[in-house]
Structure formats: C-alpha cells, structure tokens
Ligand binder design. Structure first.
Ligand SMILES: [Fe+2]
Length: 229
C-alpha cells in the first residue's frame, strides 16, 4: 500500500516552495500533466495515484543537488554536471526516508533514464525503466521545453510536441509519446489553480471519448507496455 500521507507530500512541497520555488512550480505542473495523461489512458486508480505522487516529487532531490540547471550543454563543468545528475538519487533517498513506497521512489529515481540507455543515473534500457517513470519523463520534458529558462526561450506547445516526437524510441517510450501526442491542446495548458489541483486526489473522470481511449490502448510497441502489468 502507498505510504502517501498528504502530510508527507505537502511537507516536502512546502520545503521546495521555500527553497526552490521554481522547482516546486515545475513539479506541480508535471504532476498535473502526468495526471491528465494517466486518467486519459484509463489507468487503474492506484497506478494513477503513484504517478501523481511520483511526479509531484520527481525533482525533490534538487533540495540537495546544486540549484543551477545545466544551460551550457555544450561545455558543462564536469563536477557541476555530476552533482546535478545526482538529484534523482537524492530524491529517491528523500522519498524513502519520508515513508513513500518503492513505486513512488522508482519514478523519482528513473525519470531521467532514456530507452537507449543514455540516461541517468543507472543507464537503464527500455524494458527495465518503469512505465510510470517513462510517462512522467515525457511530461517532465514537455514542461521543461515550454517553460522559460534563463538560457533560452520557451517553446510553443506544437514545437515541444515535435521535439518529443523526434525522441520517441531513443529517448522516450513510443507508446507514451503516442498517447501524449493525442492529448488535446487544452490538456497541455495549465493555470496556477490547475497545477495546484495536482496536489489533490483525482476525481477519476475520463477526459477523452471512449472510442479514442480504445485506440490509444493499442500500443505502437507491445513490449513498451509490458511493464505496465
Ligand atoms: Fe529531474
């Protein structure tokens, strides 16, 4: 059973709000997007709750890791890069010490893995990356791309969709990407209130017509969905 007392999530987000408000806001947006995609896919309620909680906490390790994002991707300082890349492991440890179960901790630990094994921290390849982490990874990328950073302009929704689509198969799970690309545009815009709603339990409403859901449940790569069960 999940050890997701809201007090734990709230307490961690409150610390993030004080020390890293940018990260806290990003986590809420990623949770809101991930929740919408998970509900749209008709996933079981327990799995949706795991995804929502894991997404809310996916970058909590940045409480420990250095604050600066690695904007200069061409010439990152080795130590800075190494420290930044430790945030999933720091986050997993924070989750464990806060009483969250292994499924939530796995999302936090593996949200930067890539299907081709070029991700971190464990350089996992496709079958070993939890489905939940693959889903949150796509929405994490979407929010990062559509949010302004100090080093670059934000992308439009359509430009971000195209960028993520190009990464299907190497960076991201093709099945998750196909479901993401099917999300109506209105599901990919968030107000402050809507992001805050991710902190509350979902109502369980299905956001797409049933016939569209049925088509989405036909995975492009059957093995990509295998770890769902
Ligand atoms: Fe991250």
């Amino acid at each position: 059973m999940l050890q997701t007392e809201f007090g734990n999530t709230d307490a961690l987000l409150a610390v993030l709000d004080r020390r890293r408000p940018d990260v806290a806001a990003h986590c809420r947006r990623v949770a809101a997007y991930s929740l919408r995609l998970a509900v749209q896919l008709g996933l079981p309620s327990g799995l949706i709750e795991t995804i929502r909680t894991g997404a809310l906490l996916h970058d909590v390790g940045k409480l420990v890791s250095p604050g600066r994002a690695l904007c200069n991707a061409a010439r990152p300082y080795a130590r800075e890069r190494r420290d930044f890349r430790a945030h999933p492991e720091h986050g997993r440890e924070i989750c464990r010490r806060s009483g969250f179960d292994d499924d939530v901790a796995a999302i936090v630990l593996h949200h930067h893995e890539r299907l081709d094994g070029q991700g971190y921290p464990d350089r996992l390849t496709h079958p070993a990356i939890p489905f939940t982490a693959r889903l949150v990874s796509v929405m994490d990328a979407f929010d990062a791309l559509t949010s302004p950073r100090s080093c670059r302009e934000s992308l439009t929704v359509e430009a971000a969709r195209a960028w993520i689509a190009r990464g299907a198969g190497a960076r991201h799970c093709p099945w998750v990407v196909s479901a993401f690309l099917a999300m109506p545009r209105e599901m990919l815009t968030l107000g402050r209130e809507e992001a805050a709603d991710a902190c509350r339990r979902p109502e369980g409403q299905v956001l797409l017509p049933t016939d569209r859901l049925a088509s989405l449940r036909q995975p492009a790569l059957p093995s990509c969905k295998a770890s769902l069960s």
